[in-house]
Design a protein around this ligand. Structure first.
Ligand code: GLN
Length: 470
């Protein structure tokens, strides 16, 4: 049924980069045999799952929606893929995303366009845009996303589904192609809080293969998700309801908070004074780490390689021109063929946003600027984290909008990177602090678009988030 649904609708939505029909059907049959034989079944037995295309999947092309990795077939599977297989889930396909997870609309994909199922003239959000769109279009019930600064939560908000960014370390990053390693987390996306709880349970847990994986027991979220929360204290951040927030989004969130109040929750006004530096801090730390992580794509170890004959011919031509001009300095400065291979391959393989991030990150890490930018950003990151520690002394959850606006028109922000970065206003600070956060649908705008409510909790309190969401 899921495959039929994909066949029927994905030509208009573009959620999938690849559908693994045969493998999915074979796995479904295998699980069904187990069921008939009365063998024990995994937590997600027979449930179709879509996976964002930056989790290494053995034997399947894993692209990060980049020309750089268009033909990359990993020789191993990420821990999350293995866990899904062990849980008897049916992996049905790989979803589209912003290239290397850099973006907020999925328009940075080099391999395809994804549109919002609520209105196909709008973006689905990003970078996990395909992951959110395939849920909203009811093509699959569960979908894996990743979140470095909001990439699970913002598309969940734009597409009217649930998306949870776990505590840093809750889910293994082994086999996840890295964007910014100190911020990246893999997380569950689904249509209900209950499904999200079971899904998180299946993919969480300590993994010795990821040195940042938290060595803590994983609670059975699905067993407690229905239990009400007594005496819940909800913090509303005053800085979150200021300039830049769309009126309809604000209204929907405030009305949702009233529902919590009517159920007995207490609303407390709080302040996160360093929140306003979130975007600036994130857009120094994330590109810095990206510039380092993406250095491995040199066309020798990984990734697209330029045509060598053309590259060598170009070098010869340059050499001839410099020789004819008697330019000794120019000749000395010429690339070796190895360096030219790296440069040309990377110039061809990476898209404009990825190049922008590599340049920003290389700059902020360079001698002379490191202290002024990168080190300063690390210090502000600490202040942002301390704001949360203080706030969570007086509240259990922090609630606000997930994104400043509902889904926007395709093309409307592609020429304005800063406008795109401001999409992450409310989400990046959870990554900087390493805490868990969820986006849940909380109503519609006047024109009928979904609005997401953002809830943040202290580290390892996903259970609280899921119960509140339910
Ligand atoms: N939109 C943010 C960025 O472009 C977040 C991306 C993400 O979470 N992967 O960096």
């Amino acid at each position: 049924a899921c495959l039929d649904r994909i066949r029927q609708h994905d030509s208009q939505i573009g959620a999938f980069l690849k559908v693994m029909d045969d493998k999915a059907l074979a796995k479904a049959e295998q699980v069904d045999k187990k069921r008939k034989a009365g063998e024990p079944l995994g937590k997600l037995a027979g449930v179709p799952v879509a996976v964002k295309d930056l989790l290494c999947t053995e034997g399947e092309v894993t692209t990060c929606a980049s020309k750089m990795l268009e033909n990359f077939v990993p020789p191993y599977s990420s821990t999350v893929i293995k866990k899904l297989e062990e849980a008897d889930a049916v992996i049905i396909g790989k979803t589209n995303m912003d290239e290397f997870a850099m973006g907020g609309s999925t328009e940075n994909s080099a391999l395809g366009k994804t549109r919002n199922p609520w209105d196909t003239s709008l973006v689905p959000g990003g970078s996990s845009g395909g992951a959110a769109a395939c849920l909203a279009a009811q093509m699959v019930p569960l979908s894996i996303g990743t979140d470095t600064g909001g990439s699970i939560r913002q598309p969940a908000s734009f597409c009217g589904v649930v998306g949870l960014k776990p505590t840093y370390g809750r889910v293994s990053r082994f086999g996840l192609i890295a964007f910014a390693s100190s911020l990246d987390q893999i997380g569950p996306m689904a249509r209900t809080a209950e499904d999200t709880a079971l899904f998180l349970e299946a993919i969480s847990g300590h993994d010795p293969a990821d040195s940042t994986s938290a060595d803590v027991a994983c609670p059975l979220f699905s067993k407690t998700v229905d239990q009400p929360l007594e005496g819940l204290r909800i913090g509303m951040v005053k800085e979150h309801f200021g300039e830049g927030l769309d009126g309809d989004v604000e209204k929907a969130v405030r009305e949702a908070v009233k529902v919590y109040e009517s159920l007995g929750a207490k609303v407390v006004d709080i302040s996160l004074p360093h929140n306003k530096y979130g975007i600036a801090t994130y857009y120094i730390i994330a590109p810095s780490e990206a510039s380092s992580n993406l250095a491995r794509f040199d066309s020798a170890h990984y990734g697209h390689r330029c045509d060598e004959a053309t590259m060598l011919a170009e070098l010869e031509e340059e050499k001839a021109a410099l020789t004819a001009a008697g330019d000794e300095v120019g000749l000395k400065r010429m690339d070796t063929s190895l360096i030219r291979m790296y440069r040309k391959s990377r110039a061809e393989g990476f898209g404009p946003e990825v190049k922008r991030r590599i340049m920003l990150g290389t700059y902020t890490l360079s001698a002379g600027y490191y202290d002024a930018y990168y080190l300063k950003a690390l210090k502000v990151r600490r202040l942002i984290r301390e704001d949360y520690d203080k706030a969570f002394k007086s509240v259990d959850l922090i609630v606000g909008p997930t994104a400043p606006n509902p889904a926007f028109a395709a093309g409307s922000k592609t020429n304005d990177p800063l406008a795109m970065y401001l999409e992450d206003l409310y989400t990046v600070t959870a990554n900087l602090a390493g805490i868990p956060a969820i986006s849940v649908p909380c109503g519609l705008t006047g024109s009928g678009l979904p609005v997401g409510m953002h809830m943040q909790a202290p580290a390892l309190e996903e259970d609280r988030l899921l119960r509140a969401a339910q």
